[in-house]
Design a protein around this ligand. Structure first.
Ligand SMILES: [Zn+2]
Length: 299
């Protein structure tokens, strides 16, 4: 082989070596990568174009998508999506808004689902006092029945998470933050929670972090009237928060009001980097590491 060709080959391999060893976020021509840590890809909103949704996310640099179950059927669909797309991982559980439809004991079936290698957490679970029956012509007694069932299936999911060595994705909405912490307390610090779609003041975030749990932020960060959420993110240490879309809900500006999809983590990350006064690369490194630590089977 002529010497010139050998030198050329050496340069070429050096370049290839660098491309392999540098993190994706530092590769020339590639922008910082992010994960969507909370999306509902099993919702009918996405059924007609799932491959396109996953591809658009990849093109936008969103390398991992975590799809969240809301009952056992939805959790099975989440696992099927994780089996179909390498970038997709699943969370299995039962949402508090659907609590009344849950069987008395969801633990045996949830245990089986949690064994799947691409199941990275249990949820979403928690409490929701925002949409109680009394707000919609129901009675106070009906409110109590729903609150009791929400608490029961929340505890069951914490038990499954504890036994499976997984963390939990927490939904808490309405006047039930204290009750949510109270139910979680006996399972901490071993079981950690991500308080998803976090919109509360910094003092609430501190209480979450004090329990060894973390928070995550959605496209609400980009809304003009969401200064509290930006203040809370500003006060949240790097390493204690993740980013998410909650697709198909909560599309960030400039898509506000339209169907949200995982590719829009790009807009959310730009807003978050501005609030944290850091580069996209720093934000990418911190949030991806946080996600891999929290969702232990995510790789
Ligand atoms: Zn959700």
């Amino acid at each position: 082989m002529p010497r010139r060709a050998l030198v050329g080959l050496a340069r070429h391999s050096l370049f290839l070596g660098l491309a392999v060893y540098l993190p994706a976020s530092y590769r020339p021509g590639m922008s910082a990568v992010f994960y969507d840590t909370h999306a509902h890809l099993d919702y009918p909103d996405f059924a007609a174009e799932l491959p396109e949704i996953v591809q658009r996310a990849a093109t936008a640099g969103i390398e991992r998508l975590v799809t969240i179950g809301t009952d056992l059927g939805s959790s099975r669909k989440a696992i099927a999506l994780a089996e179909r797309f390498p970038a997709v991982y699943a969370v299995v559980g039962w949402h508090p808004n659907d609590a009344l439809a849950a069987p008395d004991d969801i633990r045996p079936e949830l245990h089986e689902l949690a064994k799947h290698p691409k199941v990275v957490a249990i949820g979403e679970t928690g409490l929701d006092y925002y949409r109680l029956p009394s707000a919609n012509c129901g009675s106070i007694a009906e409110d109590e029945v729903l609150k009791k069932k929400q608490a029961e299936i929340f505890k069951q999911q914490l038990q499954v998470a504890d036994e499976a060595g997984l963390n939990v994705v927490i939904h808490t909405r309405g006047d039930c933050f204290e009750q949510t912490l109270e139910i979680m307390q006996p399972f901490t610090p071993k079981v950690r929670g991500v308080f998803h779609c976090f919109v509360n003041e910094p003092a609430y975030m501190q209480r979450v972090l004090a329990m060894n749990s973390i928070v995550s932020f959605t496209g609400i960060l980009t809304f003009k009237n969401a200064q509290t959420v930006r203040d809370t993110l500003a006060a949240t240490p790097m390493g204690s928060f993740m980013l998410e879309t909650d697709s198909p809900f909560l599309a960030p500006v400039p898509y506000r009001g339209k169907r949200c999809e995982p590719a829009y983590v790009k807009e959310i990350s730009e807003a978050a980097a501005q609030v944290k006064n850091c580069s996209l690369e720093e934000l990418s490194a911190a949030t991806c590491k946080t996600a891999k630590t929290f969702f232990c089977r995510l790789n």
